[in-house]
Design a protein around this ligand. Sequence first.
Ligand SMILES: NC(=O)c1ccc[n+]([C@@H]2O[C@H](COP(=O)([O-])OP(=O)(O)OC[C@H]3O[C@@H](n4cnc5c(N)ncnc54)[C@H](OP(=O)(O)O)[C@@H]3O)[C@@H](O)[C@H]2O)c1
Length: 244
Amino acid sequence: MPDLSGRIALVTGGTRGIGLATVRALAEAGATVVLTGRDEAKAKDVASAVTGTVSGLALDVTDAKAVAALVRGVAKEHGRLDIVIANAGIMEDALLGMIREELVDTTLATNVAGTIHTVQAAARAMMRKKSGSIVVLASIVGEHGSAGQTVYAASKAAVANIALSAAKELGRSGIRVNAVAPGIIETALTEGLSEDAVTANVGRTPLGRLGKSEDVAKAILFLVSDDASFITGQVLGIDGGLTL
Ligand SMILES: NC(=O)c1ccc[n+]([C@@H]2O[C@H](COP(=O)([O-])OP(=O)(O)OC[C@H]3O[C@@H](n4cnc5c(N)ncnc54)[C@H](OP(=O)(O)O)[C@@H]3O)[C@@H](O)[C@H]2O)c1
């Protein structure tokens, strides 16, 4: 396990699933972690249940001003900001003919604009020390597509490209930006999958199982650690080989 003592980390959407597993992994590695969720009481409750130095704040990533203010506030309070995980995201399936305008707006506002707001605010905070590491949450469907997930897949393709473009722009400032592209991970986001869909996907996965939040958290932990100090602009698949 890398030693992240003295590092300050922020995880958006850290109240459950992959975000919460990442909060736990970062805290276990010694980082001071701030997690966010849309409900303040819930964010604080979740944070207080994690072992380590963890606090919870309210944040809706669709609100650019709120993201900027929160990131600025965290960096000011702790004197630095080393690690930001732009994890907050939503997924709702709809076949092409059933896509409502509201679904397009909400998905793009949360997954795409929310990630841009977070990366932008993180870059501003990290620029002062000319160091930092950012990880964004893409998805295998962003690269490979998925029937019934046109909106979500488009949003995640954009998220992967945010990492590539930001990595090119921020490298000279000592800031690394990478994406992880999970396959099917067992969280609230995927609990609606039918038994048939689960069986079919496990059958197509060389490693023969669905992913766990901890599988993704461990990869994120590596990417933000000094062990990955020459890695930037990568989209790391974490899918048990499903896309092979
Ligand atoms: N699970 C998978 O199979 C999978 C695969 C590929 C990629 N991903 C991506 O991984 C990320 C985490 O997924 P997950 O499965 O852990 O999802 P999840 O269990 O549904 O958790 C999503 C998190 O995002 C937060 N959130 C949602 N909308 C938000 C908003 N507008 N502002 C701030 N926070 C918001 C939620 O917090 P509150 O509800 O407390 O506000 C929650 O903490 C997402 O970006 C997802 O697209 C997941």
